[in-house]
Design a protein around this ligand. Structure first.
Ligand code: NAP
Length: 270
């Protein structure tokens, strides 16, 4: 039996995407192989997907490679004969940070139908972001199938591959920056007397609401101005953030993450 989608690697991100796929696709159509059988078994026990052999995964219509970029060459060397001999309408999906579609095809020694994705850790909660691009060999039918399977991740957006590393500096790395912000705000309000648990819950919920308002389409600057009453407490806090170099610090967190992404991508394929 050939599966609709097969995952190689059920670690942090592979697992997150298996969970996302179960929201749109029958679990019997999803299979997973991990060299650590316990990880694959976790998803078969908790999400009813099929824990399969590597050979079975390689027969799936869509094969998702969910391993670290450092072991890409080893994985590809072990699967390339099977993949390169396929003549049906199949697709390989890569989620490796910083590794281009051209370099993956080079590792296979052949141009194969490929989609490169950059998901983030919220993709299993319907609040994630996944950007993707496809190469010239991906058929319209298979790309539509891919879009259908991952339609529940949150924001699923096709983006030119040249911009994927830039997007990742916000979508992939950004959650860590946001956690720091939530924690820092919670610290501040704990200093003002709030219990820690409530401080974190209020801070996170406030962020979620502020983000939801921004997604309705109004520019963040306008939204900010709306909550800054003349002579009020919010503008006092805004000025304090400006004096501490808040915007510059955030800008350079994102550009440093982008640069590191580029460097790592180069290192992993050298
Ligand atoms: N984590 C993120 O937030 C994130 C975000 C965007 C993209 N990504 C990308 O997602 C990919 C996976 O990252 P991750 O954080 O999920 O890594 P991870 O947690 O280490 O998961 C990778 C899994 O694949 C297994 N594995 C390694 N080689 C294998 C092979 N040849 N056959 C079958 N299974 C194999 C690993 O087993 P062992 O542990 O035993 O080696 C591990 O269980 C990476 O390419 C990364 O760049 C991650």
């Amino acid at each position: 039996m050939s599966y609709k989608i097969g995952f190689i690697g059920a670690g942090n991100m592979g697992g997150c995407l298996i969970t996302a796929a179960t929201q749109t696709t029958m679990s019997k159509d999803i299979c997973v192989f991990d060299k650590d059988a316990e990880k694959a078994n976790y998803y078969s026990e908790n999400y009813d997907v099929v824990s399969a052999s590597l050979d079975e995964v390689l027969e799936a219509q869509i094969i998702v490679m969910g391993v670290k970029p450092q072991v890409y060459q080893i994985l590809i060397d072990s699967i390339k004969d099977k993949i390169c001999n396929r003549e049906d309408d199949f697709l390989v999906v890569s989620m490796a940070a910083g590794v281009s579609m051209d370099s993956i095809c080079e590792m296979f020694g052949k141009r194969i139908p490929l989609i490169r994705i950059m998901p983030n850790m919220a993709c299993d909660t319907n609040e994630g972001v996944m950007v993707y691009d496809s190469n010239e060999l991906v058929s319209h039918t298979t790309e539509s199938e891919f879009v259908k399977i991952f339609s529940n991740v949150g924001l699923l957006d096709k983006l030119d591959e040249n911009l994927i590393d830039a997007a990742c500096a916000v979508t992939g790395c950004g959650p860590a920056f946001v956690y720091m912000f939530i924690e820092a705000m919670a610290d501040g309000v704990v200093a003002c007397g709030l219990p820690r648990e409530k401080a974190i819950a209020y801070s996170a919920q406030m962020m979620k609401g502020a983000a939801a308002k921004t997604l309705e389409g109004e520019h963040p600057e306008k939204l900010k101005d709306k909550v800054c009453s003349p002579g009020g407490s919010t503008i006092a806090g805004v000025i304090s953030l400006e004096n501490a170099g808040f915007r510059g610090a955030v800008n350079s967190a994102v550009t440093s993450a982008y640069q590191r992404n580029k460097d790592l991508g180069k290192k992993n394929i050298d």
